[in-house]
Write a protein that binds this ligand. Sequence first.
Ligand SMILES: [Zn+2]
Length: 278
Amino acid sequence: MRLTALACSALVLLSACAKKEAHGDAALGDSHGDPHAAPQGDAHGAKTEAVAHWTYEGKEGPEHWAAMGGDNAACGAGHRQSPIDIAGKTPQKAAKIQFAYHSSTATIQNNGHTVVVAPADAGGVILDSTVYTLKQFHFHSPSEHAINGQRTALETHFVHQNEHGDLLVIGVMSDIGNADPMLASLWTYLPTDPGQPLPLNDILINAQDLMPGTEDFYVYAGSLTTPPCSEGVTWMVFSSPLSVSAEQADAFSRLVGPNSRPLQARNERDFLHISGGA
Ligand SMILES: [Zn+2]
């Protein structure tokens, strides 16, 4: 149990560091918060036209996000930005991570930047007695994070929030391979055009079905990967990928891809390799 205690304090340290960031809560209290990275409540609060226009390439691409004004300065000036290349030696820790997801109804939305699935009541994860509730998940193609320099075809971001408003995002990478059966049913609902959230009729969502069966993660302190790039986000990226078929990856890319922010400088940040086990 000593290892567990150590790892938990390591996790607490990471979040504690993150909470000190000036922009830690920007994504939550700010109606200009990114509608795809911020929890669902914000997505509903901000009308599409009220959100600063940004893209993944050209004059409104990632290298210009910081210049858009408003709260977007962190996109350029931040030192704890995401995504990063997770490479090199990592301290290995054990931690108690409890997955407490359950099946829920949900909505699906093409917001022009990604496709967001927002469950009504899907549970969450418990880390060191702190409950993080799943708010929404969405997709990036190609993946945003890299592991040892390698990006994958798709990355799913599960955005969680605790009672203090701190964000924890779980990243799941997917390589090209066998089709993902859960995505197969979800993809039949992909909205072809940007618009309001639509109910996912006849399907219940359980986030666990879209995650690897392992409890092996990289954990680090980072940011939202879209404007306003707010820091204070705890990232947990699964170390092993799932697979999607080329057709599944293409179906998403055709709608909104490519939608990945370039890799950011790791700077002085550490990350931990966490092996779970309840
Ligand atoms: Zn994301």
